[in-house]
Design a binder for this molecule. Structure first.
Ligand code: NAD
Ligand code: ZN
Length: 340
């Protein structure tokens, strides 16, 4: 699969882990995290220079950004160097941002090792680190040289992390592809499933179609990918990124935003029930008992997407179709959150 962007194109290839390793330049430098390294270091590390970072969102920080830059300098990396992001979205976002700035930009290759990273973060060129004040506040649009996807690496992914990625997989289906939703209901996907690769391919294809039309997230088209995320991001923030993983918060968010769509008459009746049943097939949460209503709604309006005090939502019209709805009245948002 080829992704076009303003500076050229890059390929998304599907490979066995050993084949992916052989495709990396011999002198490539690898950034990874401790869990990925423990599981896949033997396959990818042979004789290469590697920086192994702690796992977790706190690694997507300015201090680790600096650590990576200094490591590249110590290793004598020059403008011809290639950096490899071997890991989930945390490593991909961090290493991509490092590559975008080291010597004003060097090549980098994404080797995504979580389902989230394979279907979402490795494609599209958004790279970033967090500040204590908020997530992804420092970053860039910086496309990779290529994306090497090995579905096999998901075999070592903890179950909860796989389900976390499934929330994004369902999201693609809900907003853009009713056939995918039908297939997923029957497939009951696991890391062992024979159909896993084709589902990942479909998700990436859908993401490519959207980001190619709105690479820098300005026309509003890319915003359709935010279904479930306005509520989801607010929940994550209120819960301090501790009790819920991103996909779990998005699962709850999709249910809430579907209810909102039904309330506004945008979303077909019964859709919320349908998508709730889908998400529960993967053990994803669809509500949360400690939802501080005022706090969550407050966090939604404090978010950068609340332009002029009004929120825009990507809402389903029915399963497989969505549209961006601007100026949703706050009273409707509050009513839906209250009923959650
Ligand atoms: P993550 O990178 O923290 O990985 C989740 C956990 O799985 C970590 O503990 C990691 O060590 C472990 N892990 C990764 N691969 C493994 C494997 N193959 N086997 C065993 N363990 C493995 O989390 P994530 O969900 O992949 O990514 C989340 C990040 O991605 C967030 O920071 C989010 O902002 C970002 N993101 C970015 C974009 C984008 O467009 N750039 C899109 C979505 C998410
Ligand atoms: Zn997401």
């Amino acid at each position: 699969m080829t992704v076009a962007h303003r500076l050229g194109t890059y390929e998304v290839a599907f490979l066995e882990p050993a084949e992916a390793e052989r495709k990396l330049p011999g002198d490539a430098l690898i950034v990874t995290d401790e869990n990925v390294w423990a599981a896949w270091g033997k396959t990818f590390g042979k004789g290469r220079r590697v920086l192994v970072l702690p796992s977790g969102e706190s690694t997507k920080s300015l201090s680790h950004f600096e650590r990576c830059l200094k490591w590249l300098a110590e290793e004598g990396a020059d403008r011809g160097a290639t950096l490899v992001a071997l890991g989930g979205g945390v490593i991909g976002d961090l290493a991509g941002f490092v590559a975008s700035t080291y010597m004003r930009g060097i090549r980098y290759i994404q080797v995504p090792t979580t389902l989230v990273a394979q279907v979402d973060s490795s494609v599209g060129g958004k790279v970033a680190v967090d500040l204590p004040e908020g997530k992804n506040l420092v970053g860039a649009f910086y496309p990779p040289e290529e994306v090497l996807i090995c579905p096999e690496v998901l075999l070592t992914l903890p179950w909860r992390e796989f389900a976390n990625g499934m929330a994004e997989v369902w999201k693609y289906g809900f907003i853009l592809d009713a056939d995918l939703v039908r297939a997923l209901r029957h497939l009951r996907l696991t890391p062992q499933s024979a159909m896993l690769e084709s589902v990942i391919r479909r998700c990436i294809q859908l993401k490519i179609e959207v980001v190619e039309q709105d690479e820098s997230d300005t026309s509003g088209l890319r915003a359709v990918l935010n279904f479930g995320h306005t509520v989801g991001h607010a929940l994550e923030k209120v819960l301090k990124y501790e009790s819920l993983l991103h996909g779990e918060a998005v699962a709850i968010g999709m249910v809430a935003e579907s209810k909102l769509g039904e309330r506004l008459g945008v979303t077909a009746r019964g859709t919320t029930e349908d998508i709730t049943a889908c998400l529960q097939l993967d053990g994803l949460p669809v509500t949360h008992d400690s939802l501080g209503l005022a706090e969550t709604v407050g966090a939604m309006y404090a978010d950068k997407k609340a332009e002029g005090g009004q929120l825009a939502f990507s809402l389903l019209t029915r399963i497989g179709e969505c549209k961006l709805v601007k100026d949703v009245p706050r009273a409707d948002v509050e009513a839906v959150m209250q009923a959650l």
